[in-house]
Design a protein around this ligand. Sequence first.
Ligand SMILES: NC(=O)c1ccc[n+]([C@@H]2O[C@H](COP(=O)([O-])OP(=O)(O)OC[C@H]3O[C@@H](n4cnc5c(N)ncnc54)[C@H](O)[C@@H]3O)[C@@H](O)[C@H]2O)c1
Length: 411
Amino acid sequence: MGRPRYTKKMAEDGRRSYEWARSHMSILENTISRHKKAAPLRGVTLGFCLHITKETSVLLMGAKSLGATVACCGGNPLTTQDDVAAFLASQGIHVYAWANQTPKEYDRCIEMVLGHRPSILTDDGADMNIKAHFDDRFKGLEIHGATEETTAGVTRIRAVERKGLLRYPVILVNNAHTKHLFDNRYGTGQSTIDGLLRSMNLLMASKRVVVSGYGWVGRGVAERCRGMGSRVIVTEVDPVRALEAHMDGFDVMPMSRAAPLGDVFVTCTGMSGIIRREHMRRMRDGAVLANVGHFDVEIDSRFLLRYRKAEVRPGLDECRLPGGRTLYLVGKGRLANLVAAEGHPPEVMAQSFSNQILSILYILKNRGRLGNRVMDVPEQIDRQVARDALAAMGVGIDRLTGEQRGYAESW
Ligand SMILES: NC(=O)c1ccc[n+]([C@@H]2O[C@H](COP(=O)([O-])OP(=O)(O)OC[C@H]3O[C@@H](n4cnc5c(N)ncnc54)[C@H](O)[C@@H]3O)[C@@H](O)[C@H]2O)c1
């Protein structure tokens, strides 16, 4: 299909989306304003592989305003918002992203970004970092470091480190408290509901929703579905998390038992093969399947899409299995909250992206000194983002008194 022509009208629509998001991302705006005068990114090329949404446009424009040359591609073949891409391109950002890419086009776009020879990479799922490590064409790049936005990318980049193959430091932005406790939980929780409503627009109250994985994403989705009146079942493999789900009041059971019970299924594990054909064969007629884990490996969508009859609503495929049972798949089994909706709301992305921009500045400031390892976001950054977020929401908190500090340090 190839890149669509970015028209003036698209760029104008994208600008409006950018301005709307920006006006709700004061945490990020304040972070950027604090550094603007020094323009610390002047002369630095940054490569971003992130979902191109209105929230991401605020990050990219912010990086540019700090002096960076910015090149970006989508974090997934299906999640780019074309009007936002058009707006960014109109602002002098090198954009290689459009909606509904083939996997080959998606791959090629990552290469185009790396072709700008960025010295710091910001990744979401590790596709760009993997290419920078293992594709001979990019082995010569001088990269000071990278940041990783999501749990699935953390898993992959840790595997590279375990093999002793890491070429530069990678800061795990996902693992910052002010990221995963909020973005993964509240952001994905809300935008998953949005994706389900836009794609199926059925009543959530009374539906049996099966949520796979009770990590940060899963608990956000489970809690929000419960808030909508759904009866939620959780499937897990981790005994502690299963126990938490049980004590939080959810039914917990294996997928083999949940499969015939669910009206709606949402996978949130970061693991492959969660809903397999043997489960699908036992599901109720009309069940809806959605995935919000990073990769499209959680639901066997290749099997399901073999029986695709029609797109009955935007982002919702009807699949008629042999024997007459019909199942519906949201967003082809890819990130339902981004493919069928717009992804996380701006307020929560402002926290994640403040961590991103501060981590990028940290890498730059400490280049050559961090070692080839994965590392957490420095605590002072995490706490700064929490303070900024509280201030943006007008929330005040107490400070320890001198007596309390003394008490904490005494035995
Ligand atoms: N859609 C989005 O916008 C978005 C946002 C953030 C994270 N993510 C992605 O969501 C996924 C989950 O992220 P997280 O932060 O919740 O991770 P997490 O590690 O906190 O939670 C994953 C949970 O899945 C469980 N799990 C693993 N295998 C399972 C199986 N076979 N059956 C049932 N449960 C299983 C794990 O025990 C764990 O509790 C990752 O792929 C992450 O990249 C998506």
